[in-house]
Ligand binder design. Sequence first.
Ligand code: SAH
Length: 245
Amino acid sequence: MDKMEYFKAIRELFCLNGLDEPSDEVAGKLYELSDCLLTTNKIHNLTAIKEEEDVIVKHFIDSIFLSRALPESSSVVDIGCGPGFPSLPLAIYRPDITVLGVDSTSKKINFVNLAAKALELDNITAISARAESVAREKEHREAYDVATARAVAALPVLCELCLPFVKLGGLFVAMKAQSAEEELAASKNAIEKCGGAYLETIELELLHRKAGLPLEKRNLILIKKIKHTPENYPRDNAKISKKPL
Ligand code: SAH
């Protein structure tokens, strides 16, 4: 797609998905991000999604859906951000927020920092590290208004990885596809142990413009931080995977 076609596609797809029409600046930055992602992807496999329109729907709009759950000017940590989803589209769409991306794969974090620089985004940084160790650093512990994760692990594991980052009164928002209800039922213990309380689930539908593609269900599971997370959480990776809460 050339830039004109891209702007048209992005406007139609935002509208179809119930999002406000993006400004020229937002559309332009998403266009640059798509270009940067698909070009880099040819050398360093970053995403399985290789077609521009699919990137708009499955990466950009899906990421931006999270905006609904983000208070004005909030600080957000994106655990297992991979090549910047949801963090990069959110930083573009919501200049009022600040975002930290955390991922253990350095080539993905290098991409996030490179894209942030190329797009002149000053509200996002990314670090290459495991969430379990970052959560133990004073600077990051209970320091964020919102922690989120998309496509990283089952909800009980995510509670242990994400809730330690959230301030009292803040939110952990898990981005989940179909399995939300079952996962929530299996996470009661993990939510409670890590100081959370289930608030609500926002149900969304991700719509495509192409004929014949079914809508995809999306859920934002909101968990409020009501108590401090005990110091022994998160445990190390071996313990988390062997015996999830
Ligand atoms: N959120 C991105 C990437 C999902 S893939 C997206 O939706 O496209 C899952 C990512 O989580 C991988 O990049 C992996 O490196 C990272 N990850 C899994 N467990 C992690 C942990 N404990 N700490 C940091 N990163 C982790």
